[in-house]
Design a protein around this ligand. Structure first.
Ligand SMILES: [Zn+2]
Length: 329
């Protein structure tokens, strides 16, 4: 009888989780539609402007409704899980403690295992919502700051915000021996940067101005050109980071970065994802080198801005539509 009840509970938790994923997908689609409409309204490029406020209003209502449903379902899952945990913890907890003890003993010898296999997604689309695969760049006057908003709807603590900021603004570099990296030549070191600022500052003149002046604000409605949302939702397809850039002609107009399940990421993983996604926001594509920061799945133990990432950014802003310094030749 007890077994029946608990399997019924896990079945309903599973059903609720599936519902949650479907709603998250719907929320993402609605948000994306809304973002394009708002951007078009900002640019005054919609031919029939009377239509927009209604459409935007409807989408805002829809988004609100979905968000409420998501919160309700999350609460139900929490409640059900808590009950299930209470019943099983007495039996399972001592076992977990023993396993953790042995796990920790074995892990002491290889501590730099993170971050492993972080899945990321990247999309460029034009104002009509069509995918636009060619590489694009920001076209802003020299010295004009690019505003980066951090949207933190779940009030993650300021330590997390500071991790995000550092991945962009830090000028700190780190030298890693080529022997350790397994690259050729095996002697000497390779210089990486922990933040994009330090990396971009090493680049001299390019055909188009590379943004090097970032004004970071925290906001609920995401003003500015790059919006980083720290979501507490899990992506339905298992991605940890997602950048979507909206472009017109050759110009990036806005980049939306979403970090999924941000509250459960270690600082190291969070920084790695922000570095990777910010690379996209600046115009970088994915690379075929699995050991580079800009690989679609972040696998490297050194997820910092690499010399070839810097070369690729330089190429993008020199007008080269297919930078490939980081690709395996
Ligand atoms: Zn990516």
């Amino acid at each position: 009888m007890r077994l029946d009840q608990s399997s019924e509970k896990s079945r309903s938790i599973k059903e609720l989780r599936d519902q949650l994923l479907a709603l998250t997908r719907e929320l993402n689609n609605t948000t994306e539609k809304l973002q394009v409409l708002e951007l078009i309204t900002d640019l005054n490029e919609l031919p029939d402007s009377d239509l927009t406020p209604d459409e935007i209003g409807d989408l805002i209502k829809k988004r609100k409704k979905i968000s409420h449903e998501i919160i309700a379902i999350k609460k139900r899952i929490q409640k059900l899980s808590a009950k299930t945990i209470l019943k099983t913890e007495l039996v399972v907890l001592p076992l977990i403690a023993v396993l953790l003890f042995y796990g920790a003993e074995n892990q002491i010898h290889h501590t730099i295992a993170q971050p492993n296999h972080i899945k990321t997604r990247y999309l460029i689309e034009n104002l009509a919502g069509n995918p636009n695969p060619t590489y694009k760049y920001w076209n802003i006057a020299k010295g004009i700051p690019l505003t980066v908003s951090i949207v933190n709807p779940n009030n993650l603590n300021q330590d997390k915000i500071s991790v995000v900021k550092k991945a962009i603004l830090s000028t700190q570099s780190v030298e890693i021996s080529n022997l350790q990296l397994g690259t050729s030549p095996s002697s000497g070191n390779t210089l990486y940067f922990k933040g994009w600022q330090g990396a971009l500052d090493t680049i001299n003149n390019t055909r188009f101005n590379i943004p090097t002046n970032f004004h970071i604000v925290q906001s609920i409605d995401g003003p500015g050109q790059i919006v980083i949302t720290l979501s507490d939702l899990e992506d339905p397809d298992g991605y940890s980071g997602y950048t979507r850039s909206i472009v017109d002609n050759s110009q990036i107009l806005k980049s939306y970065i979403t970090i999924y399940d941000a509250g459960n990421l270690s600082d190291h993983r969070l920084a790695a994802i922000v570095r990777h996604e910010f690379g996209h926001a600046l115009g970088l594509p994915h690379t075929s080198d699995a050991q580079d920061l800009m690989h679609a799945v972040i696998e490297t133990n050194y997820p910092y801005v690499s010399p070839c990432d810097i070369k690729d950014i330089q190429d993008v802003y020199d007008g080269n539509p297919s930078p490939n310094s980081c690709s395996i030749q």
